[in-house]
Design a protein. Sequence first.
Length: 278
Amino acid sequence: MTFRVRFWGVRGSVPMPGASTVRFGGNTSCVEVRVGERVLALDAGTGLVGLGRSLEPRRALEVDLLMSHLHWDHIQGFPFFDPAFRKDALVRIHGSSRFTESFEEAFAGQMGGVYHPVPFRSLPATIEFVSAGGGQTLDLDGQVSVTMADLDHPGGSIGYRIEYAGRSVVYATDHEHFTFVDPALLALAKGADVLIYDAMYTDDEYVGNVGMHRVGWGHSTWQYGVRTAREAGVRQLVLFHHDPFHDDAYLDGIERLARAAFPNTTVAWEGLEIDLLP
Ligand SMILES: [Zn+2]
Ligand SMILES: [Zn+2]
């Protein structure tokens, strides 16, 4: 039995490669979850390119791509995702049309017109779109359950809870807290083993004590991550969707502070793996 989480892209907003981000990584949001024989991918940021290349060329490859939303940093890896170019692959893309006329058209649009040399419609893989959104659940093989919640973010965002063999991981990125923890997120994260949380800012950055005032930009802070983890009773907190200008040394500092408040905290880095089953 396998239930393993691997981080392929941990940045928010824009890829930020370079000497000062080499340890935590520069790719944007993409997290792989292996459950049994299944491959799930949370978001299609530039980290998805590495995930695609890592998939062994086995027959009848199936990937479920669970999309939080359609902002650039979450879709940009898809046009370079190997399985999309394989005739024997089935890619199911789950997403919400709540804030767009058609999720399918919006997703495919990044490969349309002048934006990309290969039109979406000519991709060799079988690609299916599946409606996702708050309150929906997805059952895979009667063994894996995926629960969803709508999160507060400009244009909306979906949080996912994946459960298998009595363990659970929650993916909650591109989410802005209120003056309290969002009840929808609290319910989604209740008792989870791992909570992956949008910790783009510090509280001081968020309110504008450091740099620009960022209230209303759709992101949260590590302090609210700690608060959510405590209130929801989660076992491990993973801080995610790092600000592109938070370099390795800065993220080390955040990890120290966050661990003092919630000891089982990890600042996500590219290549980090978490095994949910012993
Ligand atoms: Zn983002
Ligand atoms: Zn976003």
